[in-house]
Design a protein around this ligand. Structure first.
Ligand SMILES: Cc1cc2nc3c(=O)[nH]c(=O)nc-3n(C[C@H](O)[C@H](O)[C@H](O)COP(=O)(O)OP(=O)(O)OC[C@H]3O[C@@H](n4cnc5c(N)ncnc54)[C@H](O)[C@@H]3O)c2cc1C
Length: 299
């Protein structure tokens, strides 16, 4: 996440593992450097969740695990749909329509060598519909991951391909941990319909271009809390966030029309683009849109 997103979270919940202002994109037509005006941080996600749970518990929230909620709100009650990608509650409440998913697979690996800043892997053999990544996570550890549409081939096989790519570029490594999850592919949903309020993946508050959800969640959560406490209009409060997400969704459609991430990145590399500067990490889609319209305009 960006430093500005991290700054919205409780300080004690953010354990930064690495920080960077540049990324290298590997494309079939060569490399592109991305440079950012603000730093992005790799954080310890488990630590974040644990500290947030502690903060909530210390404020009197009862936390129940190992069970599913089937909300049946009574008069005067409200339900917050924060159930993540599958969105059964949000869909049942009519907040969201149809969605598809990318499957994400990640490894934490340990290696004597590796990149000193994140590498985005835009190669079709690693991901046809999205991209892969290699991100330094401190102490000789790296996060290796990719997401793809499971209908276009085995994600597990591609994850193995990504590990092989790492080995060929930086050498042998050992796997410390593996995990994964779903990334919803959908336009941002309606965030509120009495008595339901939605946040996060459940209502597709996801930057579709990068699959990132924490940008919007960190901003929407305090507004949601205000709506619940004071009855303020949640949809109106989060409208600017939803507009930003919507622009990212539109750009994702453009990227898809150009043949996907690897194909779009190759087009830019072939057009001679070797370095791209962005102001804000969170608004990368706006910078990409400008670059596309500038570089792909018919001459
Ligand atoms: C591989 C991968 C890499 C990612 N990398 C990034 C990244 O670098 N930066 C970024 O910003 N985002 C990233 N994301 C996206 C980010 O993780 C999500 O956007 C974010 O976790 C969504 O948070 P959430 O609270 O909406 O849902 P979740 O984190 O999914 O939490 C929802 C919780 O609700 C529980 N639940 C579901 N239904 C019920 C029910 N009926 N009753 C009770 N509990 C229920 C689930 O078990 C889960 O614990 C990544 C996602 C994936 C899959």
């Amino acid at each position: 996440m960006s430093e500005s997103t991290a700054s919205l979270l409780p300080k004690e919940a953010v354990r930064a593992l690495s920080k960077y202002r540049e990324m290298t994109v590997l494309t079939p037509a060569g490399e592109i450097e991305l440079v950012f005006g603000e730093a992005a941080v790799t954080i310890d996600r488990v630590w974040l969740e644990e500290v947030l749970a502690e903060v909530a518990a210390s404020e009197g929230v009862e936390i129940v695990t190992g069970t599913r909620a089937f909300p049946n709100p009574r008069e005067g009650e409200c339900v917050v749909a924060a159930e993540g990608a599958r969105a059964e509650i949000a869909s049942g409440a009519g907040l969201c329509g149809r969605r598809t998913y990318l499957v994400g697979a990640q490894y934490i690996i340990r290696s004597g060598d590796g990149p000193d800043h994140p590498v985005v892997v835009a190669l079709p053999r690693i991901s046809k519909e999205f991209f892969g990544w290699v991100v330094p996570a401190g102490d000789r550890e790296y996060v290796l991951g990719l997401a793809d549409d499971p209908r276009v081939g085995s994600v597990t096989a591609k994850a193995l391909g990504l590990r092989n790519l790492f080995t060929s570029l930086w050498g042998e490594h050992e796997v410390v941990e593996r995990f994964g999850g779903l990334i919803p592919v959908c336009r941002p949903c309606t965030p509120a319909r009495e008595p339901y309020l939605g946040i996060g993946d459940s209502v597709c508050m996801v930057k579709q271009l990068s699959g990132g959800g924490l940008f919007a969640i960190a901003r929407a959560a305090p507004l949601l809390a205000r709506s619940v406490a004071e009855g303020a209009d949640y949809s109106a409060l989060i409208a600017p966030i939803m507009r930003t997400l919507h622009r990212s969704w539109v750009l994702t459609k453009v990227v898809k029309a150009l043949g996907g991430y690897w194909s779009t990145a190759s087009l830019l590399a072939r057009a001679g683009l070797r370095r791209l500067s962005f102001g804000r990490y969170d608004l990368i889609h706006e910078g990409v849109m400008k670059t596309l319209t500038r570089n792909l305009r018919p001459r």
